[in-house]
Structure formats: structure tokens, C-alpha cells
Design a protein around this ligand. Structure first.
Ligand SMILES: [Mn+2]
Length: 437
């Protein structure tokens, strides 16, 4: 039996205002061709189908159109589970209609273990024989498993979390092997397992385990293969047939640095799994231009790409002092290019960085000069950044007026240090791509 494992599509995603809809359209066309060409029996989508819990009509249309085409193919079935970005109930809503098309959706897990059997999906061949059973486990918050963070005893809580997941997968393996003896078992999951690197931007989707890593041992050994989602890079977890497929469309600059994959998995009748990475074609370049203003302008003028969609460009311009003309100058370089409107690169983010590090700490820049998440900032921090970006001196009476308006001094970070924005400290920051894998 042949399975194709993919995850983390994030349909509806944008990158600094640039819609990735054309990227996803091309990926889904390619995926359908690959499913056909490779004679795949089952497609498994391991969560984060959509980028946000309330996806646009356009993103939903893309999803349903794909499912309709997949259902019309020779495949025996499609399995879709919810990720941390998906709304479990929204994904589950059309489950019955989709089920009649052999598209099996499990958006969320019920709290009652008696109802977990819903996750067990027998995949039948043309003769109605069960080829394999998929234990379709979506993203599961620990409270669903009865795990609570106990303050002061992290080790015990972590142990409890691992135990809870181990029990979940063991129970599903018990039930599946009881009902369909001798049939290969496959599981899915949307969680953070060991093996991620800092470049993978792990987010801690479980409150009780800030280390964020679950070992491969939580997956019962009766599963021939475990298809994971959440981390956006393809790799095996330990030496078990437990894999992340990664995101097929690079959703941020870092992801564009490594090839994107789907995984083709052959499962023998005895349950032995053979995994092959299949590289997804590059539909668009995400480009970083670094240097002084002249170098970046030159780079932008000379930029070429053989990918079918126009590149998305980030610029990091080294400046001696804040240069208010950079953005406009780069836009002008773009306008001078002779590509048609459809082929012109998108300038997604322009950041200025001081040539020499500035000694005084500033709320504008964090340690690495990276843009902190908006949720780490107080309204006052944002106001200070705005003033700094615009070169407005932040006088005491202006600050007082601002505090008056928003109702007192900012609280989240305590009293902000007294800082006057000097040009060297100003960073024009590109909105970085989505925060979470
Ligand atoms: Mn994701």
C-alpha cells in the first residue's frame, strides 16, 4: 500500500501582504499529478490545512476544489486531521458529506475516550478489503487528555504529558488491531516531537511542556508509520518510522532555504514501511538582499528568477544613520524594471540596520535586531516605535498625552526605560512572516 504524507499547507497564508494563493494552486495541481503518477492509495494531510481558524472563502474554495478532484481520482481515500492553526469544529463540520467521498476528516478529538474510535479509519481497496487502518489523531491540547500543569514540578508534569499521549496512541492501536487483526496500522499527529532545530521556529502548543518535545516512544510500536505535522521541515523522529513532511510551500524566508517535500511511504503487508522524500517544485523564490543601499539597489535591479511566480524580496540595508529614502528608492528600482506587472518582484520587507552596533539598549530593537512579536509589546512600546520610525522626538508631554489616552502607563513590561530615539537606533522592520509553524 502506498501513502503520500503532507502537512502544514496553511491555505490562505499571505507573506507581508502577498497572497500565496497562486503558490498553493500550483502545489495542489502538482500534488494531484503526483498522486496519480505514483499510484498513491491514501493521501494523509497531518494538520494546519488552513493558516487561520476562520479561513477566507477563497482558501476554503481551494481546499474543497482540491478534495473534489482527489475524490474523483483512483485513490482509496484521503485523511485530513486538524492542526493547531485549524478550527477543529470548522474542519469537522462537513465531515459527513466528505465521508461519502472517501475523504475522512478528524478536526478535533473528543474529551471522552469512548468516542476516540471516530479516529480509526479503515482504508478499503476496490474489493472492499481493508488495506490499512489510519488512527487519525489531530492536534490535541493536553487538557483534552486530562493533563494540567502543576507548578513547581515540571518533571512530573512532563512525564504526565508523555504518559497521556502514550496512552492515547496505545488505546487506538489496541482498538484498531482488535477490530482489524493483521492489517497495517498508521497514525497521525500534530505535535512537537524531538529533533527540531531553532531554525524550525517551534511553537509550544502544549502549555505544560515548555521543552516542547515529545519522544518517538509515545507512538505505539504497532504503528507501521506515523505521519506528523507542525514542524515545517521533513525529517524522521529518531530511528522510528515517524516523520514530519514539512510545509510544501515555503511560508517564510527560512523555509525557502531548504527544499520542500512530500513523503511517499510504501507499507508492505507485514507492516514494514519504506519512506522516500519527494521534492516539491519551487514555484517562487523568496530572496534576501543584504548590503548598503547601493548594493541592495543593484541587487534588486539585477534580480532574476526562473521560478514561475515573481519573487518575494526582503531587503536588509546597512545604514550609517537612518535613511528615510530607502523604501522609496527601492520601489523606484522596481518600477524601472522591465518585467510586466505580473512578473515584477514583490518587495515584502525593508529593514535598515546600523553599520555599527549601538551601545544603548532601545525598546525598538531586541537583542538580535529581530522584530519581536506584537504580543510581546505594550501599546506604549508600539507608540515609541512609531515615533522612532517617523523620526519624531518623544517628548515627555507627548508621552504623557499618549498615556492619558490609553489609560495610564503601560503594564506588560513595567515602566519603559527613558529612551530617546536616535537615528542609529531606528530600525525599519519588515513584518516577518507568520509567527507560528
Ligand atoms: Mn503549521
Amino acid at each position: 500500500m502506498r501513502l503520500l504524507h503532507t502537512s502544514d499547507w496553511h491555505l490562505g497564508a499571505t507573506l507581508d501582504g502577498v497572497s500565496r494563493e497562486p503558490d498553493h494552486a500550483r502545489f495542489l495541481d502538482w500534488l494531484l499529478e503526483t498522486l496519480e503518477h505514483e499510484e498513491v492509495d491514501v493521501l494523509v494531510v497531518a494538520g494546519d490545512v488552513f493558516d487561520i481558524a476562520q479561513p477566507s472563502a477563497e482558501a476554503q474554495r481551494q481546499y474543497y476544489r482540491f478534495l473534489a478532484r482527489a475524490a474523483a481520482s483512483r485513490m482509496a481515500g484521503v485523511v485530513v486531521v486538524g492542526g493547531n492553526h485549524d478550527s477543529a469544529s470548522r474542519l469537522d463540520a462537513p465531515a459527513e458529506v466528505l465521508g461519502s467521498l472517501d475523504v475522512h476528516v478528524v478536526g478535533g478529538l473528543e474529551a471522552d475516550p469512548e468516542r476516540w474510535d471516530r479516529c480509526l479509519l479503515p482504508i478499503r481497496d476496490g474489493d472492499g478489503r481493508v488495506m490499512a487502518v489510519v488512527a487519525a489523531v489531530p492536534f490535541v491540547h493536553e487538557y483534552r487528555l486530562g493533563v494540567r500543569a502543576t507548578r513547581g514540578d515540571e518533571k512530573a508534569t512532563r512525564h504526565e504529558l508523555r504518559l497521556a499521549f502514550t496512552r492515547l496512541y496505545r488505546r487506538l492501536a489496541d482498538r484498531a488491531s482488535g477490530r482489524w487483526p493483521g492489517v497495517p496500522l498508521i497514525a497521525t499527529g500534530h505535535l512537537t516531537a524531538v529533533g527540531a532545530t531553532p531554525d524550525d521556529y517551534i511553537t509550544h502548543i502544549h502549555q505544560v511542556d515548555r521543552a516542547g518535545t515529545l519522544p518517538a516512544s509515545i507512538f505505539d510500536r504497532r504503528f507501521s508509520y506515523v505521519a506528523l505535522g507542525h514542524i515545517h521541515r521533513a525529517f524522521a523522529v529518531g530511528d522510528r518510522p515517524v516523520w514530519y513532511s514539512g510545509s510544501p510551500v515555503p511560508l517564510r524566508l527560512k523555509e525557502a532555504e531548504t527544499p520542500r517535500h512530500v513523503l511517499l511511504v510504501d507499507i508492505a503487508a507485514d507492516g514494514e514501511a519504506r519512506v522516500e522524500r519527494r521534492e516539491v517544485p519551487r514555484f517562487r523564490d523568496l530572496v534576501l538582499l543584504e548590503g548598503d543601499r547601493g548594493q541592495v539597489e543593484e541587487g534588486l535591479a539585477a534580480l532574476s528568477s526562473d521560478a514561475p511566480l515573481p519573487p518575494i524580496v526582503y531587503a536588509r540595508v546597512t545604514v550609517d544613520g537612518y535613511d528615510p529614502g530607502v523604501q522609496a528608492a527601492l520601489q523606484e528600482v522596481l518600477a524601472q524594471r522591465d518585467d510586466g506587472d505580473d512578473a515584477r518582484p514583490h518587495l515584502a520587507g525593508v529593514r535598515q540596520q546600523a553599520a555599527a552596533p549601538v551601545a544603548a539598549p532601545s525598546p525598538v530593537a531586541d537583542d538580535e535586531g529581530l522584530r519581536p512579536s506584537l504580543r510581546d509589546l505594550t501599546p506604549e512600546d508600539v507608540f515609541r516605535r512609531l515615533c522612532a520610525d517617523r523620526g519624531e522626538p518623544l517628548e515627555d508631554d507627548l508621552l504623557a498625552a499618549f498615556r492619558d489616552l490609553v489609560g495610564g502607563p503601560s503594564e506588560a513590561l513595567g515602566p519603559a526605560p527613558e529612551v530617546r530615539a536616535t537615528p542609529q537606533q531606528v530600525l525599519l522592520l519588515p513584518p516577518e512572516p507568520a509567527e507560528e509553524p
